[in-house]
Design a protein around this ligand. Structure first.
Ligand code: ADP
Ligand code: MG
Length: 236
């Protein structure tokens, strides 16, 4: 298992964001983490990536507890946060070298060039990040998440706000890098999950409401993911 979450809860003040969340993600899968806005997706991802602690419960990544062994866990995790926070006044190579330096990567210059190629940044790699389109900024975000060659990638709404062409390009890129990694990506777009993912989970109001859905199997049948989503997240 790449990711195991056991009975995770998170409260912010008196706001309960996660309420007993458990799931497992197999090695090598691309998993869609679906849910309406405010469901708890980003909170769960911040806990998996050791950015915030859970209020209770346990999470491990590649066998490392995110609380007790966070340094080892982080070595195995690449994270593209929601809204892709980048240092926009840096140049692309400068930024990737800065991130790679934090991971103490050997042959950093070569690794930065490899990443630029992997994510298709070559035509824009000489520019300042603030001058890049949103699609190219997402590529920089993916490159920084991949630079230390992690086994697990956590992508929080990686395609949100992209135009239709950029959307297809970034989806293809995620599928490409996902061939050799475990990927967990959040979205509220069903077609995205159908296009990219092996499995899907649905979370609503801090609880898992649909577990381990087999996306390819669902695609063969009549029951569409969208109908399941509507049913399990309905407010009626
Ligand atoms: P999602 O990513 O699915 O939209 P979030 O994990 O961002 O959901 O949020 C889950 C719930 O927790 C929401 O009700 C949100 O308002 C609340 N929340 C998230 N972050 C904070 C915070 N830092 N302080 C207080 N409440 C928060
Ligand atoms: Mg979110």
């Amino acid at each position: 298992m790449s990711i195991i979450a056991e009975n995770v809860t998170k409260t912010y003040g008196n706001q309960q964001a996660l309420n007993g969340v458990s799931f497992q993600i197999d090695k090598g899968q691309i998993v869609g983490f679906l849910g309406p806005n405010g469901a708890g997706k980003s909170t769960m991802m911040k806990i998996i990536t050791c950015y915030i602690p859970p209020t209770s419960g346990k999470v491990s990544v590649c066998g490392f507890d995110v609380m007790e062994q966070s340094i080892q866990a982080k070595k195995h995790i690449g994270y593209l946060p929601e809204l892709n926070p980048l240092y926009t006044d840096m140049y692309v190579r400068e930024y990737l070298s800065f991130i790679g330096g934090m991971y103490k990567i050997q042959n950093l210059k070569t690794r930065v060039e490899e990443m630029i190629e992997t994510v298709g940044l070559q035509p824009e790699a000489h520019k300042k990040i603030e001058t890049l389109s949103k699609g190219y900024r997402q590529r920089v975000g993916l490159a920084q998440a991949l630079i230390h060659d992690p086994e697990v990638l956590i992508l929080d709404e990686p395609t949100s706000g992209l135009d239709p062409n950029q959307l297809v390009e970034i989806r293809n890129l995620i599928v490409q890098v996902g061939k050799t990694k475990t990927v967990m990506l959040s979205t509220h777009i069903m077609q995205e999950v159908e296009a990219m993912c092996d499995k899907a989970f649905i979370i609503d109001r801090g609880k898992i409401v649909a577990d381990n859905l087999d996306v390819k199997e669902l695609a063969k049948g009549n029951l569409k993911l969208e109908e399941i989503f509507k049913k399990v997240t309905s407010r009626d």
